[in-house]
Design a protein around this ligand. Structure first.
Ligand code: ADP
Ligand code: ZN
Length: 738
C-alpha cells in the first residue's frame, strides 16, 4: 500500500493532482501541509488536501519535500476552505489562498527570514582595544565593537550601523567570531503603544440580559448564533467585551470582525484597553511583515483576541469561543473577488464547525439575519435604548414635489433645509449634507410626481440605458422603450437630472458664501490620506458643511454636527436592486444615529419625491422591526432572498457581440440544466452596461435551495468555452446587483 496525496497546485486551479508520498516523508506529511512537487517540467508548490492509502496508482510522481514542519492550515480550516470553494463555486486554490494570508503562505520562502549575524566568541575577544583586534581593518573593528555589546544583530541593520559591506562580515566569519543564520525578525508589535487599561462597566439591565443570552449559549458548549439588535449607542461593544472576557475565562479565544472603515484607532483602543497585549489586529493597511507576525502571534496562542476586518474570520485562534460580527449588515463583509464570500456567513459556518458562539450585532440587521431570528434559527437579544438615554434625533421628511409645485421649478434644497443650515452657521454648529448616489446607476424618476419606471414582474427599478434609449430589467431581462412623458402625470421632462455631490457642493457654496464647504466622496479622496485629512478638518471645526456620499454616513462621531440633510433619498431608493429599500432604510437609520451624539440634540432632514415610501416612513419612526417584517413579506411574495438564493453570473468583455453571445449561451444552458424551481433570467446588460470599454452582461439565477443550482451550474461552467477576451464571474448570494 502506498500513500497518495491529493494536492492543490498553486499554478493549476480547480483540479487536484495525485502524488506519491515517499516513505521517508510518510511520517511527517499531514493534510494541510505545504509541499513542493514536480509539475510538468518544473517545480511547483501546493497544499495537500487529503491523504489516502492507494495501491492501484503506479507511476505517480513523488512529492519532493514538505515546506513547513507544521501544517500551515489545520483540518478545520481546510474544511472551511473546501466548503467555501464548493459553496461559492470557486477554485479550491482561491479558497486556500483566502484562509491563509499571503505573507504566511510565503513564510517558507527564504526572504521572510532575514540573515542574522550571531556572535560565537566571548565579548572580550571583540571589544575595542582587545589584543585580537589590533591588526584588524577598521571596518572589521567597527563591526566587532558593535557585536561585542550584544549577542548578535540582523545583517542589514549591522551593515548600516557599521557603514561597511558584506566583505567585512565574511572576514569575521573566517576568523570564527561570528556565524550567520536565518531568523524570523520580531517586529515591534503595534501594541507597543500605551493604552490605558479599562475595567468592565456596570451593565445596564438591557445589556445584562443580552450578555446573559450570549454567555448561556457559550456555557451550553454548542455552536449557536445570537443576533444582537441594538440601536446606535446602546452599548453593544461593551456587551462584546464582556462576552469575550467570558470566553477567555473558559480558556478560549475570540474574534471580532468590524467593517474596515470602522477599524479606527479608537475602536482598537477599546479592545486593547480591556485585553492589552492579548489583542492582535488584522486589517488591510498592515505591511506583509506585520501581518505575518500577527498571524503567528495568534497561532502560537500569544494573542487570543483578534480584532479585524473581513479576512480576520480566518484567524487561527484555537480554541475559539466567540466570534462577533459587528455591523453584520455591512456590504463590506462581502469579498468582491473569487471566492466571493461573505465573512458573516463564513463566521456562522466556522462557528458551526468549531462549536462556538457567533454574535451578529447591528442597529439594522440584514433581512437575512432578521429572518433567521424570526424563525428561531438564531437567538435574538435586543438593546432598544441608548446607554445615555439621550433621545434619537428628530427626522423630518420633506416632500420635494410640494417644493417644486410651490416654486414652479425643481429645487435642490427645500426651504426647511436652507433655514436649518443657516441657523447652524449662526450658532457655529456643523452640518452634513448627504447624497446617496452611485454615479452610474440611473433610473427614471419624475421630479414632479415621483413616478419611477419599474419592472412589473420584479419590482425593481428599470435601468435607463441612454445609448439605445431603452429601459431594461436586469433581473428578468425584460426590455421596454423609454416613454416620451411621465406615464403618471404627463410631465414631458421626467428624466432624472444629473444630480451629484459636486453639484450639491457648488450650490451650497453659492448659497452660503461665507461658510467653509468641503466635499468627501470617492472622487475627492483618491489620494490616500485625503479621507483622514478631511475628517480631521471637520472634527476640528475648520469645515462648516461637509458634503458627501455614503462614505460620510458610517461609523463617524462628531459631537458638533447637529444637522444632517439627505438631499435626495430617492436616489438610493430606486436603484435597480431589490435591496434598494432595505439599503435606504439602513442608511437613513445610520445617518440618524450620527446626528446629535453631543450635548445638542440633532436634527435630520430627508428630502424626497416619494415621502410615503415604506423605507422612509419607517426610518422616520425608527421602526426597524415594522419595516423589516413588511419587507420580508415583499421578499416572500417575489421569491427574493432570504426566501430564495441568488446567483449572479456576470460576463465581461471588450467585444459587445461576444460578451452578449456568451451571456446568452450561459442563460440557455442554465435554463436547460436546472431542475424545476430554479428561475433563470434572460441575459441582460448590467445596469452599468459598459465601463472603460468593457461590456457587462448578467444572468440571474434564483432558487429556494442553493444546492439545486450549484451542481448543475458547475457542469455548465465546465462546458463553457469562453473566448480569451471574455471573463465570467460567479457571485453566489450576490449583494450588489449593479
Ligand atoms: P454601540 O456599540 O451600541 O454603538 P457603545 O458600546 O459604543 O455602543 O456604547 C456607547 C457609549 O456608552 C460608549 O461611550 C460606552 O463606553 C458607553 N457605555 C456602554 N455601556 C455602558 C454602561 N453599562 N454604563 C455606562 N456607559 C456605558
Ligand atoms: Zn423584471
Amino acid at each position: 500500500m502506498a500513500l497518495v496525496a491529493k494536492v492543490a497546485v498553486d499554478v493549476a486551479l480547480d483540479r487536484l493532482f495525485d502524488y506519491a508520498v515517499p516513505a521517508h516523508l510518510a511520517p511527517t506529511v499531514r493534510a494541510g501541509a505545504r509541499v513542493e512537487i514536480p509539475f510538468g517540467r518544473r517545480w511547483a508548490c501546493g497544499y495537500i488536501l487529503s491523504l489516502q492509502e492507494d495501491s492501484d496508482k503506479p507511476g505517480l510522481r513523488p512529492i519532493r519535500s514538505v515546506l513547513t514542519d507544521q501544517p500551515a492550515v489545520d483540518e478545520l480550516m481546510l474544511d472551511l476552505a473546501r466548503w467555501m470553494a464548493e459553496y461559492y463555486c470557486a477554485p479550491i486554490e482561491h479558497a486556500l489562498r483566502t484562509v491563509l494570508p499571503s505573507p504566511v503562505r510565503r513564510s517558507d520562502v527564504r526572504f521572510r527570514k532575514p540573515l542574522y549575524v550571531a556572535r560565537t566568541v566571548a565579548p572580550e575577544t571583540m571589544q575595542e582595544g582587545s589584543k585580537a583586534l589590533r591588526k584588524t581593518a577598521p571596518a572589521q573593528s567597527r563591526l566587532a565593537a558593535l557585536l561585542a555589546e550584544r549577542e548578535g544583530a540582523y545583517l542589514q541593520d549591522l551593515l548600516r550601523e557599521a557603514r561597511t559591506t558584506m566583505a567585512a562580515v565574511r572576514a569575521l566569519i573566517e576568523r570564527g567570531w561570528v556565524a550567520v543564520e536565518r531568523r524570523i525578525k520580531p517586529r515591534t508589535p503595534a501594541s507597543a503603544q500605551v493604552v490605558l487599561p479599562t475595567e468592565p462597566l456596570e451593565l445596564m439591565p438591557q445589556q445584562k440580559e443580552a450578555l446573559g443570552t450570549i454567555c448561556r449559549a457559550m456555557d451550553a458548549g454548542r455552536s449557536s448564533v445570537v443576533l444582537l439588535h441594538g440601536v446606535t449607542g446602546s452599548g453593544k461593544t461593551e456587551v462584546y467585551l464582556q462576552a469575550m472576557a467570558h470566553a477567555m475565562r473558559q480558556g478560549r479565544g475570540a474574534i471580532v470582525l468590524v467593517p474596515e472603515i470602522a477599524l479606527t484607532p479608537q475602536t482598537i483602543e477599546r479592545f486593547r484597553g480591556r485585553f492589552g497585549d492579548q489583542v492582535a489586529v488584522l486589517h488591510s493597511r498592515l505591511s506583509d511583515g506585520e501581518r505575518h507576525d500577527e498571524w503567528h502571534r495568534i497561532r502560537d496562542g500569544k494573542a487570543r483576541v483578534v480584532v479585524g476586518a473581513r479576512s480576520a474570520v480566518f484567524a487561527p485562534v484555537h480554541p475559539l469561543g466567540l466570534l462577533v460580527v459587528d455591523e453584520e449588515h455591512e456590504a463590506t463583509y462581502k469579498q468582491e473577488e473569487s471566492p466571493r464570500y461573505n465573512a458573516r456567513d463564513v463566521a456562522v459556518m466556522r462557528g458551526r464547525s468549531e462549536g462556538c458562539v457567533v454574535v451578529l450585532g447591528s442597529a439594522t440587521p440584514s433581512l437575512e439575519s432578521w429572518w433567521n431570528a424570526r424563525r428561531g434559527k438564531y437567538a435574538l437579544a435586543r438593546l432598544p435604548y441608548r446607554v445615555d438615554h439621550r433621545s434619537m434625533p428628530v427626522m423630518r421628511v420633506v416632500d420635494m414635489r410640494l417644493e417644486t409645485a410651490e416654486r414652479g421649478r425643481h429645487a435642490l434644497f427645500s426651504k426647511a433645509l436652507m433655514d436649518g443650515i443657516r441657523s447652524r452657521l449662526e450658532r457655529g454648529e456643523q452640518t452634513m449634507l448627504f447624497l446617496n448616489r452611485r454615479g452610474y446607476a440611473t433610473s427614471l424618476l419624475c421630479l414632479r410626481c415621483g413616478y419611477v419606471a419599474a419592472c412589473e414582474h420584479c419590482s425593481v427599478a428599470f435601468t435607463y440605458h441612454r445609448a439605445d434609449e431603452s429601459l431594461r430589467c436586469h433581473i428578468c431581462g425584460d426590455e421596454q422603450p423609454v416613454p416620451a412623458k411621465c406615464p403618471k402625470c404627463g410631465d414631458p421632462q421626467f428624466k432624472m437630472a444629473g444630480l451629484g455631490t459636486q453639484r450639491v457642493e457648488a450650490a451650497v457654496a453659492a448659497m452660503f458664501p461665507k461658510a467653509a464647504v468641503r466635499r468627501m466622496d470617492a472622487d475627492a479622496t483618491t489620494d490616500k490620506d485625503a479621507h483622514g485629512r478631511i475628517l480631521g478638518e471637520f472634527r476640528t471645526g475648520k469645515i462648516d458643511i461637509l458634503v458627501g456620499t455614503q462614505m460620510i454616513a458610517k461609523g463617524l462621531h462628531f459631537p458638533n454636527v447637529t444637522l444632517i440633510g439627505v438631499v435626495c433619498a430617492d436616489m438610493g431608493l430606486h436603484l435597480p436592486d431589490f435591496r434598494a429599500g432595505e439599503r435606504t432604510f439602513h442608511l437613513l437609520t445610520q445617518v440618524a444615529g450620527r446626528a446629535g451624539r453631543g450635548e445638542v440634540p440633532g436634527e435630520v432632514i430627508v428630502q424626497t419625491y416619494t415621502p410615503f415610501h415604506a423605507a422612509i416612513q419607517a426610518a422616520r419612526r425608527l421602526d426597524y422591526e415594522g419595516f423589516s417584517d413588511q419587507e420580508l413579506e415583499f421578499r416572500r411574495q417575489l421569491a427574493y432572498p432570504p426566501f430564495s438564493r441568488l446567483i449572479c453570473l456576470e460576463v465581461r468583455g471588450r467585444s459587445e457581440e461576444r460578451t452578449k453571445y456568451c451571456a446568452e449561451w450561459l442563460a440557455r444552458q442554465c435554463t436547460a440544466a436546472m431542475p424545476t424551481g430554479v428561475r433563470v433570467g434572460e441575459a441582460a446588460p448590467a445596469p452599468l452596461a459598459r465601463a472603460r470599454g468593457v461590456y457587462r452582461y448578467q444572468v440571474m439565477l434564483r432558487s429556494p435551495s442553493l444546492r439545486r443550482m450549484n451542481e448543475p451550474l458547475r457542469k455548465v461552467l465546465k462546458e463553457f468555452k469562453r473566448p480569451a477576451d471574455v471573463t465570467c464571474t460567479v457571485d453566489v448570494d450576490a449583494l450588489s446587483l449593479l
